[in-house]
Structure formats: structure tokens, C-alpha cells
Design a protein around this ligand. Sequence first.
Ligand code: ADP
Ligand code: ADP
Length: 230
Amino acid sequence: ASILQVQGLHYTYPDGTLALRGLSTDIARGKKIALLGANGAGKSTFLLHLIGILKPFSGKILLHGEEVKYNRKALHNLRSKVGFVFQDPDTQLFSASVWQEVSFGPINLGLSKEEVKARVIKALDDTGITSLKDKPTHFLSYGQKKLVSIADILAMEPEVLIFDEPTASLDPRYTKHVMELLDQLNQSNITIIMATHCVDIAYGWADWVLVMKEGIITKEGTPEEIFTND
Ligand code: ADP
Ligand code: ADP
């Protein structure tokens, strides 16, 4: 079954750049999806639509079969189901300590104190950063910040997790850690969408590949279907 259905998205930036030209696809539950495309293909623009940060000029998105309306309540609902880990963790982190950072989302959901605590403990444990819980986020290394930015979103318990170039600027050790983490999250039934311009990542990691070019998805299929020459 599809979690998200994307139908005919068009989007033009204020300066007139046409970024999406009728993009359509279905996001099926439980998959590891690589969104592959060159720089400028429109990957980020598409992903920002999936959490309602950008609103299409035409076309629509359905969450569990229901069209997303762009009012406060609908966007709140969308963002509680679909989490977005930004490429640069510094744009995402703003709290004093790791604990505060990761608890911010659950507190905002209006959860009880106990539930907030339980979610933060689990998110820190899943990402392997429990020992950093009292550290100020601005003292952390880039790789540590990346993990905090992931824990941050995990504490929201999303059904779909979106990553924009998750291993960009990470050293090999953190790259391996993050990629293993993505697999572990997927095994716990979270659908993962990862934007990448790296064919090797798409081929080796994904079980479904979306190929984007000039604002539309030009091909989709299993890595074997996409990367095998006839
Ligand atoms: P990708 O993530 O695949 O690199 P983007 O979605 O960032 O692609 O960009 C798609 C197109 O939109 C590109 O032509 C890019 O230059 C343009 N673009 C992206 N962001 C903006 C913006 N804020 N204002 C104007 N044009 C933009
Ligand atoms: P309290 O529950 O004591 O009223 P908070 O939950 O706001 O206070 O947490 C205060 C600090 O204690 C946090 O910054 C965090 O570092 C730490 N902390 C709280 N609960 C836990 C926990 N269950 N495990 C680890 N550290 C915790």
C-alpha cells in the first residue's frame, strides 16, 4: 500500500526557475528508496513538498489516500508522519543541549512528561548518542550533530524518514554508522527516502530507485531494473 501518492506536482521558484514539471510517484510502505539525480534535478524541491514546506502550484499529495490540504492542522499531521533530516545539521539544531534538542519535538506534540522522556531515551539509544545527552549541541563534531539531527526526528516516531544527501560531508566512520542506522530503522518498519547523486549508494543500499531529471521522475524500479543494461 502507498503511504504517499504524488500526483503531477509543478513548482516554480519566485525567480522563475521551473523546478518540478509534473512529478508523479507512489511511495510504498516499508521501502528503502533512493532518489537519484544530478545536482539541480529537483530532488530537494520534491522532498520539501513531501513535508509541506513547499506547496505545489498544481498537483497534489495524498497521505494514506487523503489529499493534503495546506492548513495548519493538515501540515501538523503530515509532519508528524513524515520526518525530514536536513543535509546540514546546523540548520536543524537550535537547542542548548542534546537532551533538550531531542525532547523539543515530542514536547511540542503535547505528549506527557513520561512519554517525552521515553521517546528521547529511545531516540538517543537508537542513534548511539546517549553519552552525549548533556552536551551543548554547538560543541559537537559534525558527525555527532548529524546523529542528533536524526535522533531529533526519530523522537517524533515518523512513518517516513527523508534524508537529503545524508552522508554528504561525513567521514567514513560516520558514513558507515549512518548507513547502518538507516537499515536498522527500515527494519523497524520506517519507510526511508534518501536523496543522493551517488549511483553506488543507490545501487548498493536501495530496494527501490527513483531517477529524477529536470523536475520529473524519468524512471523507477528495483536497482537491478534501473542499473542493468539490456
Ligand atoms: P537538487 O536537489 O536535485 O540538486 P533542487 O531541487 O535543489 O535540485 O533544484 C532544482 C532547480 O531549482 C535547480 O535549477 C535549482 O537551481 C533551482 N532552485 C533550487 N532552490 C532554489 C531557490 N531557492 N530559488 C531559485 N531556484 C532554486
Ligand atoms: P526531570 O525529569 O528531572 O524533571 P528533565 O526530564 O527535564 O527533568 O531532565 C533534566 C536533565 O536530566 C536532562 O537535561 C537530561 O540530561 C537528564 N535526564 C532526565 N531524564 C533522563 C533520563 N531518563 N535518562 C538520562 N538523562 C535524563
